[in-house]
Design a protein around this ligand. Structure first.
Ligand code: 89V
Length: 345
């Protein structure tokens, strides 16, 4: 079996989970790691037995024979590192959000297409076990024709403790969580026709908005309401769970706390749980997210192996990036956004 050789670019909070998630898979070999501060790269190399360490991405790409890079740096460096890898013919996996601006994200997709290298965005939310199970139940048609849905991520978890840079983002909740939740809406219900968004800034200690409510009319006629917040002090803290209620002509499906999925038809309600796999390296507070990284990585590797179109393809995730920026435009101008005409590139 081919072993894919890869390098990790960036050694921050998520690298400590991205790397062990890769090492759960048999057909990869981590050969190099980069951080602009050599000592930080050395520390991670020590922790995971990575043979080569660099403080220059150019040098890393020059000296290493790679099948792909996993870019886990801050969003402002995603485009430059993607462009460098593409120029060397190296496939790119890049953390969400793809880029701070829509144009930049669009250029990343075009640069990789022009270089003939695959671009994947590591958008792992849709790979969470409960959401995959919910999607398979929807596909079975148990509740009939779906007409509306609510997707909820409302929390007061102190996310800034582990990721302090989030507090300095001028655009926060839609960039950080909207990238996940709006992608989940696409995964569950398809593409968006029109969108209307309202945001709020509640926490005085952070720069960006920490509440966003997005009302979407999907192209298939479903009305989807997505609410997200890191300002929600609720009786039961749900981080990092996403709750979903889907209503169809013949019933409803509710993903609720502790991965319980409740299916209601006119004959009554049944319940199952869709527990995520447990990995020793996962942070218990983030187990649901960390476990999804493995399945996301696995699907990307399958695409690299046989060329199948990945759910995580850059061109597909670009549709999610468009939803994030359309939400900002809607909230700023207080207007409904027509998605098909929102961005022409
Ligand atoms: O996974 C992430 O993108 C994180 C979190 C969801 C924890 O806010 O930033």
């Amino acid at each position: 079996m081919k072993k894919f050789k890869f390098a990790v670019i960036g050694t921050g909070f998520w690298a400590n989970y991205q790397i062990p998630a890769w090492l759960e898979l048999d057909n990869v070999e981590l050969v190099a790691v980069y951080n602009r501060t050599q000592a930080k790269a050395e520390a991670l190399a020590q922790k995971y037995g990575i043979p080569s360490v660099y403080d220059s991405v150019e040098q890393l790409l020059e000296q290493e024979e790679l099948d792909f890079v996993d870019i886990i740096t801050d969003v402002d460096t995603h485009a430059i590192f993607t462009t460098l890898a593409a120029s060397k013919g190296v496939a790119v996996i890049c953390q969400k959000p793809m880029a701070p601006a829509l144009d930049t994200a669009g250029k990343m997709v075009k640069v990789c297409e022009a270089a003939g290298v695959p671009l994947f965005i590591h958008e792992n939310w849709r790979w969470q076990t409960p959401l995959r199970k919910l999607k398979s139940l929807l596909n079975e048609g148990i509740i009939g024709k779906v007409f509306k849905a609510r997707v909820t991520f409302c929390s007061a978890f102190p996310v800034f403790d582990n990721q302090p840079f989030l507090a300095d983002l001028e655009q926060f909740i839609l960039t950080d969580i909207g990238s996940h939740i709006l992608d989940t809406c696409r995964f569950l219900f398809g593409e968006v026709s029109t969108l209307y968004c309202q945001t709020a800034s509640i926490n005085p200690l952070i720069k960006g908005e920490d509440v966003a409510n997005v009302m979407m009319s999907m192209q298939n006629g479903i009305t989807c309401y997505a609410e997200m917040s890191y300002a929600s002090v609720l009786e039961h803290e749900s981080f990092p769970q996403t709750y979903v209620l889907v209503e169809g002509a013949a019933g409803s499906i509710q993903l609720t706390s502790n991965y319980e999925i409740r299916i209601t038809t006119r004959n009554g309600t049944s319940s199952i749980t869709a527990d995520p796999p447990v990995y020793s390296w996962a942070d218990p507070d983030y187990l649901l997210i960390h476990s999804s990284i493995v399945d996301c990585n696995r699907e990307i590797l399958a695409s690299l192996t046989d060329g199948t179109v990945s759910e995580n393809a850059g061109a597909s995730n670009f549709e999610t990036v468009k939803l994030v920026h359309a939400s900002y435009a809607s909230a700023k101008e207080n207007k409904l956004i027509d998605m098909p005409s929102f961005y022409a590139g």
